[in-house]
Design a protein around this ligand. Structure first.
Ligand SMILES: *Cc1c(COP(=O)(O)O)cnc(C)c1O
Length: 419
């Protein structure tokens, strides 16, 4: 008798098995794709019971995974949500059609006019726009901190936010992109608890876990309320789909699913199926990509044309960032940045000389990608804002993939010769 779900299994095993029971689909070893927009009820009574189960979580149909209409949920979405929750070590997960749809649902679910939100800097450009440009139009205040390993720095931002309105959310991204800035998740959770005791309202701690993903950093185990991941990146892993997910306590996730029904931002059956399949190999891809990244980082560090490199594996022993890294990350991942000597001209010569590496935004795919942040992802920022985020005209960001490391290093070394 085989089983498909056992909470004692390791994440690598859950990645292959959790969320799909072959007995549910005529014993097909792999799940079918259920391409339907609506679901036929067996009887009028059952229709009523299914709606009761969906909206109130009570009645005879609870836990039977029956469906109403695909925007509310469908079989392939259930599978991918169960698997993500298992990997994140959470009670439940909700999956959306992009990482930004996920971030948007979280803030719309928890912030009301007059409330405030605190976030870590630097933060993903889309998240930054959401919190500093879009939400203020709904009367939401914000404050940010730049040193996520320093209690005083975080508390200063928290007090700024509390002075403007009730603090409902603390959104952190760690490690941050492209600077590798670390935020101490357990410290932020402790600060949220203290605010709860003091004001009677405990803000939720949301961790954007995209850069390391479920296998290499476990925010829920560190006390985070919600673990958000752009599944477009390492979990999807092949640069061929967009998706986002959030995991946490069942009551928080249920509320997000209800809101998703209103926003219409569920993930469709085919993409859910692709993502479920990709999650089976996320640990293998991340391990290989991280090994390649270390080799590439060592090559760049020792190269005379390279002015500097920000790679988590090189964090200084004894520094606060290193202590946080050692506590909460099990790998340095495969996304990091480095700078050439010179400026834009040198960076452009290097980029145009590459043959194997692709010049494209995004990260976490099987192929190695490189970007020039100053003229692409961070184009809209002023030079001062870019400098504050550690980005110069000579900065390049790499997302190292799973090719053979020797080929990557040969391409990079050859292109460096042309600079
Ligand atoms: C890409 C990314 C997002 C947004 O995800 P999409 O799937 O592109 O919407 C959010 N946070 C981080 C850290 C990201 O890298």
């Amino acid at each position: 008798m085989t089983t498909h779900d056992d909470p004692t299994w390791h994440p690598e095993t859950l990645a292959v098995r959790a969320g799909y029971d072959p007995a549910s689909a005529g014993n097909s070893a792999k799940p079918p794709i259920t391409m339907t927009s609506t679901f036929a009820y067996a009887s009028a009574r059952q229709a009523k019971d299914i709606h009761e189960a969906y909206f109130h979580g009570t009645g005879p149909e609870v836990g039977k995974a029956l469906h109403i209409y695909a925007r509310l949920g469908h079989p392939n979405l259930d599978m991918v949500e169960t698997r993500l929750a298992a990997l994140d070590g959470a009670e439940a997960a909700a999956v959306f059609n992009s990482g930004m749809a996920t971030h948007s649902a979280i803030v719309l679910a928890h912030l009301r006019p007059g409330d405030s939100v605190v976030f870590s800097r630097p933060i993903y450009g889309g998240t930054n726009f959401l919190l500093t440009n879009f939400m203020p139009g709904f009367g939401i205040h914000h404050a940010a901190f730049a040193n996520g390993c320093d209690r005083t720095c975080i508390e200063t931002a928290v007090e700024q936010a509390l002075a403007q309105g009730p603090l409902k959310l603390i959104v952190i991204e760690t490690p941050a992109n492209p600077t590798g800035a670390m935020v101490d998740i357990a410290l932020v959770v402790a600060i949220a608890d203290e605010i709860g005791t003091r004001t009677g309202t405990r803000p939720l701690v949301v961790v954007d876990n995209t850069l390391l993903g479920p296998l290499m950093q476990r925010p829920i185990a560190l006390g985070a309320d919600l673990c958000m991941t752009s599944l477009t990146k390492y979990c999807g892993g092949h640069s061929d789909l967009l998706a986002g997910g959030v995991s946490g306590r069942a009551d928080l996730i249920h509320a997000l699913r209800l809101l998703r029904t209103t926003l219409g931002s569920h993930l469709d059956p085919y993409t859910s199926w692709l993502l479920l399949r990709s999650m089976e190999t996320v640990h293998l891809r991340m391990e290989r990509a991280s090994d390649n990244a270390r080799r590439v980082a060592e090559t760049l560090r020792d190269h005379p044309k390279v002015a500097g490199i920000i790679y988590l594996g090189f964090l200084e022993e004894g520094s606060p960032e290193r202590a946080v890294y050692d506590r909460q990350c099990s790998s340095a991942g495969s996304t990091f940045s480095f700078a050439l000597h010179g400026g834009e001209a040198e960076a452009f010569r290097f980029l145009d000389a590459l043959r194997l590496l692709s010049f494209a935004v995004s990260l976490g795919g099987s192929e190695t990608l490189i970007t020039h942040p100053a003229t692409t992802t961070h184009y809209a920022l002023s030079p001062d804002e870019r400098a504050a985020g550690g980005i110069t005209d000579a900065t390049l960001r790499l997302s190292v993939g799973i090719e053979h490391g020797d080929d990557l290093i040969a391409d990079i070394k050859r292109a460096l010769e042309t600079v």
